[in-house]
Design a protein around this ligand. Structure first.
Ligand code: NAD
Ligand code: ZN
Length: 379
């Protein structure tokens, strides 16, 4: 089968790989119909995630048709068209039982770290990803969800990550009616977080990025304010000024490691890290939230990144909430929001690229070319 094949920093090839096989009675094999590239894949692509091994197939956002199921799979059957959450979750460990499907204790043998994620390095379990013609889906009674009749497949594929992550970013912010919410990052996740902030009763939503076409997009899509930080001078001063010098009630970090430089550098180059770190979205978030406010982090960082200005956190009494999204927990309500027209995720898809041309997709998305918001690969 054809599959993406990581060959080293910023090198993605598409090559033939062996067909995946059922290895456990709870596995399923899914023939992929759509598979997105995510900002999280860019961390791998740019060499920011340790233990990303050459030869791995990336991809954690996919839909597909069930081709084969193991003997203990009862919740889906051959022929079902499913969307598959990016988290691999056993459904029965201490964490899954609390709805923390992103923190499953069984799907990643490095059990103290994140739960398993498809195609996300050996720090997330070393599972092969979905940017391929076929993929093995472990714990197939838990994650895969039959796509409701009538749902647009483009909406379905964005329910595997973008919609739940944006929604959870807003949810973790604990937004109260009338709150001013600032979102750093106008990629797919920041766009969805801004849109979802209104669902929790925000009174004002401000998005900050440096890419003008994305700012234009989010202004229309999420009906919010949007500013280019390169034109603002200091975004922290701007946010303070526009909130009567109080600071925002809630600030969401939907950027992650991009602004910090690479984790490899952060491990080996302390000086470089400190310089870069002082300009990150996370610093801006902590410094621009009001005293007692909440900073919600969904941006992904390297496991050892150490970027929090802790003195400001203590002195301002800030609450920091952060996690991988728990897709399965959120799916029932988010499927409803899509079906009722409250959320329109498919509007984010700007590029449809054959799987064979995945390398172009990565380049376009990473370099923010051709007004790209969200690319989907079609096997
Ligand atoms: P993306 O790369 O498309 O978007 C990131 C945006 O941040 C870009 O538009 C970039 O210009 C902007 N940016 C860079 N530095 C900035 C700064 N200092 N201030 C403001 N904006 C800045 O990525 P995406 O797909 O939107 O993902 C965003 C983040 O969310 C990534 O870190 C990704 O790994 C993470 N993510 C987390 C989860 C989760 O479950 N927690 C799930 C999916 C994605
Ligand atoms: Zn993703």
């Amino acid at each position: 089968m054809l599959a993406t094949n990581y060959r080293g920093t910023q090198r993605i090839r598409v090559s033939q790989k062996p067909m995946p096989e059922i290895k456990h009675p709870e596995d399923a094999i899914v023939r992929v119909t759509r598979t997105c590239i995510c900002g999280s894949d860019l961390h791998l692509y740019n060499g920011n995630v340790p233990d990303t091994r050459v030869g791995m197939t990336f991809g954690h956002e996919f839909t597909g048709v069930v081709e084969e199921v193991g003997s203990e799979v009862t919740k889906i059957k051959v022929g079902d068209h499913v969307l598959v959450p990016f988290n691999i979750a056993c459904g029965r460990c201490h964490f899954c039982k609390q709805g923390l499907f992103g923190n499953c204790h069984e799907s990643n043998t490095q059990a103290s770290a994140v739960g398993g994620i498809f195609g996300y390095s050996h720090t997330a379990g070393g599972h092969e990803g979905g940017q391929a013609e076929y993929v093995r889906v472990p714990y197939a009674n838990v994650g895969p969800t039959v796509i409701p009749a009538g749902m647009d497949p483009d909406d379905a594929v964005l329910l595997t990550d973008v919609v739940p992550t944006g929604y959870q970013a807003a949810e973790m912010g604990g937004i109260q009616p009338g709150d001013t919410v600032v979102v750093f990052g106008a990629g797919p996740i920041g766009i969805m977080a801004a849109r979802c902030a209104w669902l929790f009763g925000a009174g004002r939503v401000i998005v900050i990025d440096k890419i003008d076409y994305r700012l234009e997009f989010v202004k229309n899509y999420a009906n919010c304010e949007a500013y280019n930080y390169e034109e603002l001078g200091d975004p922290v001063v701007f946010i303070k000024k526009t909130t009567d010098w109080m600071g925002a009630d809630v600030v969401i970090d939907a950027v992650g490691a991009e602004a910090t430089g690479s984790t490899m550098q952060s491990i080996t180059g302390r000086k470089l890290l400190l310089q870069a770190g002082s300009a990150t979205a996370l610093h801006w978030a902590i410094n621009s939230v009001k005293k007692g406010g909440i900073v919600s982090i969904v941006g992904v960082y390297g496991p050892t990144d150490n970027l929090v200005p802790i003195g400001n956190v203590v002195n301002k009494g800030i609450t920091i909430r952060a996690n991988q999204a728990s897709v399965k927990r959120l799916l029932p309500r988010l499927i409803q929001h899509v079906q009722n027209g409250v959320l329109n995720p498919k509007a984010l898809i700007t590029h449809r690229i054959p799987l064979e041309e995945a390398a172009d997709g990565y380049r376009i998305f990473s370099d923010k070319l051709d007004n790209c918001i969200k690319p989907v690969l079609i096997p």
